[in-house]
Write a protein that binds this ligand. Structure first.
Ligand SMILES: Cc1cc2nc3c(=O)[nH]c(=O)nc-3n(C[C@H](O)[C@H](O)[C@H](O)COP(=O)(O)OP(=O)(O)OC[C@H]3O[C@@H](n4cnc5c(N)ncnc54)[C@H](O)[C@@H]3O)c2cc1C
Length: 449
């Protein structure tokens, strides 16, 4: 890749550069800095959290195993939740038994979710980064890299005053769209063999739900379709009351009387890497909100007096470009609990592929499974890691590990590995997985080895 011919207005240098400040980037940056690395985190927006804040997505999905008995995502995630609770910014997973308003009235896979306040999360995440010594640089969008002999030398950002550049020993892609990997010349892919990616959805927040009334309604209607209001949508369509593209949606109670609506699905595939297509999807979905509000008010008991607070500033993109890693984690690996030796995270979330018309493929593995370190390491670029939504996984494995709790765990492992590599020659594949596992455990993480 060639350097930009534009002039660079400012240069930075660090051991580990994290690009993207979503949940994955936050965990990566803090955990790398705690291992002694000098860390810079560059983020396009003006705050942290990514999909969790800009996208208004929540709650943090379950941190328990399939049976809802053993807490398997701990470490940095548990520490963050404790900080949030101390500031009145989260309800503990221990107080969310599932099947209630906090879990969208679902039980399987929803025992022990963590509702959180978007505002408090933004601030606490910043405080934790600064305490760890992470340099936060907002309003910087990665646009190019210099790569020589399969080693990234420099990353270039469109910044407020012009082009800025960062030199680092190790690079972590936490962009959610493998943008750093792509510009570095790493192998990446988007979609399955037919180009399919999961549907994207715009969230919005409301208040004024009468929880007792809604609870009573949901208690009578707890079969899955009702939890998604699908039958009500079919009936409303028959009388021309619900023309918009959404086939199902559900609502989650958050903190302080704020509820989140997980809404609007696209009839057609959105190319989230095309700015105009992304913008049009956001405009189409925002247009659906008044229709959804009217539907809720007229149809769902307990929602008669709701008010709209805000829609997400960014469309929630479930799936985008990912890296080709040393290991491509497959759906069958989850079912067989493969890669126990190389594990850096233990998860149990179900495989859950969203299409515009609902869930096309949903399976509960019924067992814990492992994310191997090799799925966070680029196949061809020596000093590049990618975690969270960028992980090397097929569509089925990805659909299970894309939720925020595994993203936190992957971020923790990526940060630790990057810091260890930065102390040596920067080649992340040379880091011994046993050393990473030991540090994960020493830092409160959960592994089965
Ligand atoms: C509609 C929807 C519903 C979901 N529901 C749930 C749920 O209920 N519970 C749950 O736990 N998970 C849920 N998820 C999944 C979860 O929210 C995401 O997978 C997770 O938040 C991804 O985190 P991330 O940090 O990997 O990526 P992101 O959140 O996408 O963060 C990437 C960050 O990188 C920044 N960035 C991107 N490009 C650049 C660039 N070029 N330069 C600099 N910065 C850049 C972005 O601004 C962003 O802040 C849902 C997701 C969606 C879309």
């Amino acid at each position: 890749m060639n350097a930009l011919t534009l002039s660079v207005t400012k240069e930075y240098d660090c051991d580990v550069l994290v690009v993207g400040g979503g949940v994955t980037g936050i965990a990566s940056a803090i955990c790398a800095a705690r291992q002694g690395a000098s860390v810079i985190l560059c983020e396009t927006g003006g705050f942290l959290g990514g999909t969790a804040t800009k996208g208004l997505v929540g709650p943090f999905m379950t941190c328990y195993d399939h049976a809802g008995e053993n807490r398997i995502i701990r470490g940095f995630f548990a520490e963050l939740v404790d900080r949030l609770i101390a500031e009145g910014g989260a309800i503990s997973y221990e107080d969310c038994p599932g099947c209630d308003s906090y879990s969208g009235y679902r039980l399987t896979g929803h025992i022990g979710v963590t509702p959180f306040s978007v505002e408090i999360f933004k601030r606490v995440a910043e405080e934790m980064c600064l305490e760890a010594g992470v340099r936060l640089i907002y309003h910087t969008r990665l646009i190019a890299c210099d790569t020589e002999d399969n080693v990234i030398k420099k990353a270039y950002f469109a910044a407020v005053p012009g082009i800025e550049a960062v030199t680092a020993k190790v690079f972590i892609d936490a962009t959610g769209s493998a943008t750093l990997a792509y510009h570095a010349g790493a192998e990446t892919f988007r979609g399955d063999e037919e180009g399919f990616v999961q549907t994207a959805s715009l969230f919005f927040q409301i208040r004024g739900v009468d929880r007792e009334v809604l609870d009573a309604y949901m208690e009578k209607n707890l079969e899955p379709r009702k939890r998604f209001f699908m039958d009500e949508i079919v009936e409303a369509r028959k009388v021309g009351k619900f023309p918009c593209g959404t086939y199902k949606f559900r609502i989650f109670e958050g903190l302080n009387g704020i509820w989140t609506v997980n809404m609007a699905q696209e009839d057609d595939q959105v190319n989230e890497l095309d700015s105009e297509a992304l913008s049009m999807a956001e405009i189409r979905q925002r247009k659906q909100i008044p229709e959804l509000m009217a539907f809720l008010k007229e149809t769902i008991p307990g929602c008669e007096n709701i008010e709209l607070l805000t829609s997400a500033s960014d469309l929630g993109v479930r799936e985008s470009r990912r890296i080709v890693g040393k290991i491509m984690l497959m759906g069958e690996d989850l079912q067989k609990s493969s890669y126990k030796e190389e594990q850096i995270a233990v998860c149990a979330n179900s495989m859950d592929v969203h299409t515009s018309t609902g869930v096309s493929y949903l399976t509960h593995t019924g067992n814990n499974y492992y994310i191997p370190l090799g799925s966070l390491i680029s196949k061809n670029i020596k000093n590049l890691m990618a975690a969270g939504k960028n992980v090397s996984a097929d569509k089925f494995a990805f659909s299970a590990i894309r939720v925020m709790t595994p993203c936190f765990a992957m971020g923790q492992a990526a940060g630790i590995t990057a810091a260890l590599a930065a102390k040596a020659d920067g080649d992340v594949a040379k880091v011994n997985v046993k050393d990473v596992q030991q540090l994960i455990l020493e830092n409160g993480g959960y592994l089965e080895c």
